[in-house]
Design a binder for this molecule. Structure first.
Ligand SMILES: NC(=O)c1ccc[n+]([C@@H]2O[C@H](COP(=O)([O-])OP(=O)(O)OC[C@H]3O[C@@H](n4cnc5c(N)ncnc54)[C@H](O)[C@@H]3O)[C@@H](O)[C@H]2O)c1
Length: 300
């Protein structure tokens, strides 16, 4: 897997008893039950490989985001395969969608960002993203703007926590915030009603276009419109981020004082570990204009 730069499929840490890929820090049993980084100190398995050397001149959030947000967004845009003159719609303007949208702009694409939450659209608009709320009207409008075809690519940065989800809390728990057996079951079996954004993406993308899925999905019996996928000749790429693969692309951009990816405009809250539960609640409920929280293990 290393030879293919597929680090998130690492055969040394694969969770074979669950049939899952590489172990992940801070996830549930499904990904190896490795305690995560929400603590003052962190034990890092395989640190001889995974750790990267960072500078100390810049504010730490630029480097912190190299551990997840930046490589995930970068992989999403790379998988979407867009460049100069292409069009891409990004569903979800949370931290991942924010950065993916800015990166696609940086690569020369025209970017449409879709999210029901106003302050998230406002943040994206500050970075040259054309913003829309979700819904059927948006799909019609974006098809119109792209000569009736739909964008060349659609990136799904929402996943199965789509807006209005009755089981959203359980899904978040299953995704690793709190290990919990019942939530684990939901992660493994969640089905059809969790796929609304993906179905919108399939409708919106142009024929022969690409759908790139960064958002996490679970469920083993998720119905997909195979006829439409085949007929529209849609390409799909997805998966857990292969973080290490993208660091050499990202480091020069992150360390560039002109901040070409706009990393300095993402953090809305910075709190101590003791304030973390409250911050999680704010993030989940999208209160207090919360978009991205940095937990500072030294503060407080
Ligand atoms: N592939 C990976 O390695 C990887 C890494 C990190 C995060 N993720 C996943 O990426 C996804 C996004 O992460 P995030 O931190 O940005 O989360 P987030 O919850 O902040 O972002 C999701 C956004 O989607 C929006 N949304 C909800 N329903 C929508 C709809 N119908 N149409 C458009 N937008 C809608 C929400 O308002 C929110 O802004 C999650 O599923 C997360 O688990 C994947």
């Amino acid at each position: 897997m290393c030879d293919h730069s597929l680090y998130s499929q690492c055969e040394t840490t694969q969770v074979t008893e669950k049939g899952s890929g590489a172990s992940l820090l801070g996830f549930s049993e499904l990904y190896g039950s490795v305690p995560g980084g929400q603590a003052q100190y962190l034990r890092v398995p395989h640190a001889d490989f995974g750790a990267i050397k960072v500078g100390n001149e810049l504010e730490d959030h630029r480097y912190v985001f190299l551990s997840d947000v930046l490589p995930t967004a970068w992989q999403g845009v790379k998988y979407a395969d867009v460049g100069e003159g292409d069009t891409i719609a990004v569903y979800g303007l949370g931290p991942i969608g924010q950065m993916a949208a800015r990166m696609a702009r940086h690569m020369g694409a025209r970017v449409f960002g879709i999210d029901p939450v106003a302050e998230r659209r406002e943040m994206a608009a500050r970075h040259g993203i054309e913003v829309y709320t979700d819904g059927a009207d948006t799909i019609a409008e974006l098809k119109d703007i792209t000569d009736g075809r739909g964008p060349d690519a659609v990136l799904d940065a929402v996943g199965m926590e789509a807006h209005g989800s009755p089981v959203g809390g359980a899904i978040q728990t299953a995704a690793g915030f709190l290990p919990d057996a019942a939530a684990q079951k939901v992660m493994e079996t969640a089905g059809v009603d969790r796929l609304s954004v993906l179905h919108d993406a399939i409708d919106l993308v142009r024929r022969g276009g690409t759908i790139s899925i960064s958002g996490v999905y679970g469920g083993t019996a998720s119905p997909m419109p195979l006829m439409t996928l085949f007929d529209k000749q849609i390409q799909m790429r997805m998966g857990q981020c292969n973080v290490k693969k993208w660091i050499s692309d990202l480091m020069p951009l992150v360390e560039d004082p002109s901040d070409p990816l706009g990393v300095d405009d993402l953090v809305t809250h910075r709190v101590s570990l003791s304030e973390a539960p409250e911050a999680y609640k704010k993030f989940r409920d999208k209160e207090d204009n919360c978009i991205k929280v940095v937990l500072d293990p030294v503060a407080g």
